[in-house]
Design a binder for this molecule. Structure first.
Ligand code: CAA
Length: 258
């Protein structure tokens, strides 16, 4: 698969996707979104991949949707083509664990793309923001909704209405990112965490992700019911038998991902 806007490599069971449009600060154009969707389709089917790291360059994650490409588009065009839905939403429906490793700006669509990942590891240099209001528009790739769900109304409103950026530590304090590391350590840390996840049972990690995501889609009682059913399903998986046998026998489990 020839890629113009992404770099893709695999380290054992971890796929590393790098956004690679540095001259435009990784501005997210339709072609990049299409490549990302195509890569995710492939990785979802590839049984040798059990976790993904999505990152940018050393200095920028993504400065948002490509303003130059969208500035002259009109309503009927963006509405009928369902702009920032097709391809963009693929990340949100991806079923394997994805970690966003963010250094530098994650703005607008870049912040929204990081929010579609399962969790974010931030470098000290990371800056998160939804500056669309400065452009006379609003977040369109789920930012207003995911921020409100993940960090609450006060911070979401603050970000969306003022367009200000959060530094890595403010983002960690409000729960937008799971941990902050030095810029030098970012990629290794994200790959280390992804490798740890990939070392567990692949299907069980997918179920764990599905269970947590249920919390944002449904009521508490329905979410608990879904979790219970997924928990029960793990009992049909060889890896659950192996995990518990290994504990009882005081040895490391050998997960077979089935
Ligand atoms: N779209 C297209 N090009 C962009 C871009 C974007 N979102 N962000 C940066 N670029 C381009 C710049 O035009 C510039 O190109 P040239 O060298 O050809 O002039 C290059 O990247 C470098 O950018 P700057 O010179 O501006 O770099 P800086 O370090 O001075 O500033 C920045 C960095 C603060 C991130 C600034 O580039 C900026 O504010 N970018 C726009 C951020 C933004 O508004 N994002 C939201 C977009 S709308 C959206 O995402 C909608 C949605 O919800 C889906």
């Amino acid at each position: 698969m020839k890629l113009d806007y992404l770099l893709l490599e695999q380290i054992d069971a971890v796929a590393l996707i790098r956004l690679n449009r540095p001259l435009s600060l990784n501005a997210l154009c339709a072609e990049l979104a299409a490549e990302l969707a195509g890569v995710l389709d492939r990785l979802e089917q590839d049984r040798s991949v059990r976790a993904v790291v999505l990152t940018g360059t050393d200095t920028v994650f993504a400065a948002g949707a490509d303003i130059m490409a969208m500035r002259n588009r009109n309503y009927i065009d963006v509405y009928t083509s369902d702009f920032v839905t097709v391809d963009w939403e693929r990340l949100a429906s991806f079923r394997k664990p994805v970690i966003a490793a963010v250094a530098g700006y994650a703005l607008g669509g870049g912040c929204e793309m990081a929010l579609m990942c399962d969790f974010i590891i931030a470098a000290e240099s990371a800056r998160f923001g939804q500056p669309e209001i400065k452009l006379g528009t609003i977040p369109g790739a789920g930012g207003s909704q995911r921020l409100a769900h993940f960090i609450g109304k006060a911070k979401a409103m603050d970000m969306v209405l003022t367009g200000r950026t959060l530094d890595a530590h403010e983002a960690e304090r409000c729960g937008l990112v799971s941990r902050v590391v030095s810029d030098a350590a970012l990629l290794n840390e994200a790959l280390r965490v992804a490798a740890r996840i990939a070392g567990y049972s692949g299907p069980v990690a997918m179920m764990a992700k599905e269970a947590v995501n249920g919390a944002f889609e449904t009521t508490l009682s329905e979410g608990v019911r879904q979790e219970r059913r997924l928990f029960h399903s793990t009992f049909a998986i060889e890896d659950q038998k192996e995990g518990m046998a290994a504990f009882a026998e005081k040895r490391e489990p050998q997960f077979m991902h089935r």
